[in-house]
Design a protein around this ligand. Sequence first.
Ligand code: ADP
Ligand code: ASP
Ligand code: MG
Length: 424
Amino acid sequence: MALIVHKYGGTSMGSTERIRNVAKRVAKWHRAGHQMVVVPSAMSGETNRLLGLAKELAPAKASAAYERELDMLASTGEQASSALLAIALQAEGLDSVSYAGWQVPIRTNNAYTKARIESIDDTRVRADLSAGKVVIVTGFQGMDEQGNITTLGRGGSDTSAVAVAAAMKAQECLIYTDVDGVYTTDPRVVPEARRLKTVSFEEMLEMASLGSKVLQIRSVEFAGKYRVPLRVLSSFTPWDMDIVQEATSGTLITFEEDEHMEQAVVSGIAFNRDEAKIALRGVPDKPGIAYQILGAVAQANIDVDMIIQNVSKDGRTDFSFTVNRGDYAKAMDLLRNDVMKGLGVEDIVGDTKICKVSIVGIGMRSHVGIASKMFRALSEEGINIQMISTSEIKTSVVIDEKYIELAVRSLHKAFDLDQPPVAA
Ligand code: ADP
Ligand code: ASP
Ligand code: MG
């Protein structure tokens, strides 16, 4: 008998019929002798619907008070789907109980809309499991020190599930979703994308941080920190399929290199439409300038991604960086009203119609010429590169948003990702 955590995403919980299927699948695992904790997302579209309502009524300027209410609101989506799943399990003849984040409790910091989990008290859940119950824990939410409800950022139910699995030392955390695993790139954009049987933790971390929304980045971080065995698999297989077959389907995130691992140089392509570029022109080129600009941005709790400073001319330079699109207006406001004037910057321009495309692979460590192959493939399509950043196992470029699909498809082809890698 093992303790297993299942997570079901929004599409998998998208209707009462689908929730019934989830209940039947969970009941099968329970009857096979496992202790089951299940973490559901809100029914598909529900979080967007709720946040859309808030937007209609929102004050002109966002504040912590407003963001608190966003979390109060958005967290109700998971509360509803969790109760529905508990009811569906009861209809299957099982004892089942659902808990909101604050009832567990799952404690977080107080960064509304993007809170981080700090601790989980599993006493209550363990007692229920020992009593033979299936326990449902709401995804996406927690509670801060003052008892306020917080949410964990979009896609945060993945993180709830992995954090619960880590806290309870579960044997495995299974992420059930609407695709049957992690692919070489988003199969909705490239139909030839290939499912990976295994993907290394490091590659998964890069892919998630660079925009592959199949797993939220923090869930991968948790899995790495606590060595949680993690698998991504489909919730659309027949619920009564053989459990051993099901348990070995999908994609396993691996922590050690083993002989089963694919030996590709580039394992996957990620892309992100959520960035915006800000360029400050005619910045006086003197020590401390980067700190004065980016320090102010960081103080406003805005993450900066890529940064470029051009060669200076006549004592002035251009300084560009990217931020999350959701933070763009706030960053522009801050730079225009506070930072720019004091620094004597000539001009500031922004562009929200950009995207970032990245190639990822641990094989890039030991191979040269991979980035240039990427640049060639893009140039052959006439795609202009605006920014570049590299690390040991990835190369990212910023390009015009309108070329995103063309870029991803041509890179997928250039690196032969539709074919299994040739043995090294
Ligand atoms: P859930 O609601 O189950 O959490 P998400 O929509 O958050 O599901 O994530 C699953 C989606 O991630 C897939 O439908 C797919 O379009 C997208 N995706 C992006 N990159 C990848 C990838 N490399 N492999 C698989 N799916 C990907
Ligand atoms: N319901 C939340 C969202 O839509 C969390 C999740 O689905 O993981 O972002
Ligand atoms: Mg998701």
